[in-house]
Design a protein around this ligand. Sequence first.
Ligand code: FES
Length: 341
Amino acid sequence: MSTSSKVTISFSDGVERQFFALPGQNVLEAALKEDVPVLHQCRSGSCSSCLAKLVEGKADTLAGASSTLIPSEKAQGLRLLCVTEALSDCTFQLGYDSAVGTNQATEAKAFVNAIDRLADDVVRLELELAEGDWFEFRPGQFIQIKVPGTDAVRSYSMASTPADLPRIELLIRLLPGGVMSTWLLEGAKIDDVLEISGPYGQFFLKEGEKAPHIMIAGGTGLAPMMSMIDALRMRSGRKPKMLLSFGCQTQGSLFHLDAIELRQQWLPQLDVQLSVDRGPAPSGVRVGNPVEVIGASEPLDPDSVAYLCGPPGMIDAARRHLEQLGLASENIFAEQFVASQ
Ligand code: FES
């Protein structure tokens, strides 16, 4: 006999919603049927927007489905609700309040304002929303862009803040043969019009957090950190201590150092560590990874919150390192950057 499971979704503001999920049904679908405002986007286990933490009961990945979660994330109870089946009555904790998911993604048009090559493999793309188009987002979230002349859609985190709208700044990694890379290098012109949609994702700055902020970024994973740092700078009241550890593969792929230095001048609370995986390294840049430097010179405040953005291997290593240093897993937030082919 197949019976449905009672699922409780618990938001960070204490709001709880309950509904039933059928065997073989993904939890996201069951939640949306009952108008529970769970963030989502791809519905196929690849974007991490529907990330939740299983805190009670049993729930696992649906047969035949795959998720981008890395082993350490699954081990701490994290699940992607769009590919997760409830195997008993269970409770999931969400890292955002019940108002966030009601902020639906919208479609908009945006003009290309600037295209700047920042490094061997990084382009800064500045857009401006078309007159009359608008959306709200939180620092750390991403948008999707339809690549002109193709059906391909690509996701990029905003490096700018909501206060910068209608201007939007993106940091885009160039991939050999990639559709967006090819368009940027061969077709993109100032004033081109792009179809975009957003905001998406639940990787964003937590409101009102006073504890030290640790930000670990690999490559263009720097984009959401720039948005968060600038949002913290604009926040009224005392700023938290911030540590940004930013790593790239080589000296030639390092970028945005002037922009980072400017933030250090504006924000005495901001400490920055720069690294390259392989030498040679310019002055002030270490050879190594951006994870190992955390906690190396002074003990970590165990109440710190950490934001991680970069390739899956970096996220996995950073999570394990931070937990070994005493950081609670619920205070570690991550966004994986996986290259699209
Ligand atoms: S909605 Fe994208 S991973 Fe679930």
